[in-house]
Design a protein around this ligand. Structure first.
Ligand SMILES: *Cc1c(COP(=O)(O)O)cnc(C)c1O
Length: 340
């Protein structure tokens, strides 16, 4: 049975072209740094982010954590948004792997502003840890995009205090499309950036961490510590190259489909989506209905061939992706109406 899968963009399957590229990939041993396909992907990634070098890693979480390990020293504090992926969805790894603590910025709009950073930067005091890193995210996990002016201001503020900036750009290309700029225009406001190829860009596995040559040399060692030194990784990198060369422009379709889905959900009694916040491929739908059973709703959709997450605190997240068509969205809306 074919499912309409709206749980995430990580569920996208590799394209036929990717399967062929995997079959034909020229590979080597990447721990010896002689896998030509990995080298090609890393070069391409670095170029697209406007950085000197890049490192192919197994996941976005690994990329973010290697960045934190490489930028900080034991006992530092890192500044991050309270709802960001690094804090909420990486199993508290920064405390465990880097031995750092968190200075969290908790704004209702999930944004970080200059004044927040200034408040969180530690001055020299025998009681205080040192501020080791500012972590930014763009696009944000709530599906909105941080404007370039904000990025610039945050980057400059951190640098005034000699604090490096890491950008979790898991969906940086979605953000770039929304902002109508090249991804490197966002990445230039960070010392290091991580982005995912295994989400909307359809690769089966992997993320890229980009930064200066010196930073990536350090990061390569940290990846080895985590057991992330992969050998014939070129089979995966071959897909990544296709992601970067051919899959970025089509993300616009996902964005358009998300807006379409949002407007259709808004027509349903008790369902509402803030359309201004539908900026990439994510739709957060508020459900205000008496005794609405989220688990049961997700189960009934599943029986009709639609996969969704059950929702959280009255909100259901739908994510559009390459394998979800306009017709699939019409079908989903029809099923939702039937279930209700
Ligand atoms: C998906 C994602 C990551 C990385 O996730 P992995 O599942 O580890 O690849 C990091 N940050 C954000 C904002 C994400 O959406």
């Amino acid at each position: 049975m074919r499912y309409v899968d709206l749980r995430s963009d990580t569920v996208t399957l590799p394209t036929e072209e990717m399967r062929q590229a995997m079959y034909e990939a020229v590979v080597g041993d990447d721990v010896y740094e002689d896998d030509p396909t990995v080298i090609k992907l890393e070069k391409l990634a670095a170029e697209m982010m406007g950085k000197e070098a890049a490192l192919f890693v197994a996941s976005g979480t690994m990329g973010n954590q290697i960045a934190i390990m490489s930028h900080t020293k034991l006992g530092d504090e890192i500044i991050a948004g309270a709802n960001c992926h690094i804090v909420q969805h990486e199993v508290g790894a920064a405390a465990r792997l880097s031995g750092v603590s968190y200075a969290l910025v908790d704004n209702p709009d999930n944004r970080i502003y200059r004044e927040d950073v200034l408040k969180k930067i530690r001055v020299e005091d025998i009681h205080y840890p040192e501020t080791g890193l500012l972590c930014l995210e763009n696009a944000l996990s709530d599906g909105t995009v941080v404007p370039l002016e904000d990025m610039k201001e945050l980057y400059e503020t951190a640098h005034e205090y000699k604090i490096p900036v890491h950008l979790d750009g898991a969906r940086i290309f979605n953000a770039a499309i929304y902002l109508k700029v090249k991804a490197k225009e966002i990445a230039k406001y960070a010392d290091s950036v991580m982005f995912c190829i295994s989400k909307g860009l359809c690769s089966p596995v992997g993320s890229l961490l980009c930064g200066s040559e010196e930073f990536i040399r350090k990061a390569r060692k940290m990846r080895k510590i985590l057991g992330g030194g992969m050998r014939q990784a070129g089979f995966l990198a071959a897909c990544g190259i296709i992601s970067l060369e051919k899959m970025i422009d089509r993300l616009k379709e996902d964005h358009d489909n998300a807006k379409y889905l949002a407007s259709k959900l808004n027509e349903i009694e008790g369902f509402s989506v803030d359309l201004d916040k539908v900026q990439i491929n994510m739709v957060f739908c508020n459900v205000e209905k008496e005794n609405f059973d989220f688990e049961d709703f997700a189960r009934k959709l599943f029986e009709k061939g639609i996969k969704t997450n059950p929702g959280y605190e009255g909100v259901i997240r739908f994510v559009t992706n390459k394998d979800v068509s306009r017709e699939d969205i019409d079908y989903t809306i029809k099923c939702i109406k039937e279930i209700l």
